[in-house]
Design a protein around this ligand. Structure first.
Ligand code: FES
Length: 114
């Protein structure tokens, strides 16, 4: 199923995303191929991953989405980034929780809430 937005081309992105169970102290990267619309942000990609592959994926998805609250802080390709403001560039991406925060589950950290 395509999640492309009207008028935008669909692209397939190879995603490495951090997965960690809520009660676990360790996690691991898992790989997915995700279809998104060209020009989507990282949070759009995570929503598409959830719809296309795994509805249990946890990430900060119900905050401002305009770059002001900081709840969607992530590591994107190893660099700190806001998921709601960072465009997906290229056809590969790695997404991990931010450093220095306790991981509640997957990409959801203590500072981003539940
Ligand atoms: S959701 Fe608030 S800064 Fe991204």
């Amino acid at each position: 199923m395509s999640d492309s937005a009207p008028g935008r081309a669909t692209i397939t992105v190879a995603v490495r995303v951090w997965r960690q169970a809520p009660d676990a102290t360790v996690g691991r990267f898992e790989r997915y191929l995700v279809e998104i619309a060209q020009g989507d942000h990282v949070l759009n990609l995570l929503a598409a991953l959830r719809r296309q592959h795994d509805p249990t994926l946890c990430y900060p998805d119900h905050f401002c989405k305009i770059g002001t609250c900081g709840a969607c802080a992530l590591l994107v390709d190893g660099k700190p980034a806001l998921g709601c403001r960072t465009l997906v560039a290229g056809d590969t991406i790695e997404i991990a929780p931010p450093r220095g925060r306790a991981i509640l589950a997957d990409l959801l950290s203590a500072a981003s809430g539940t």
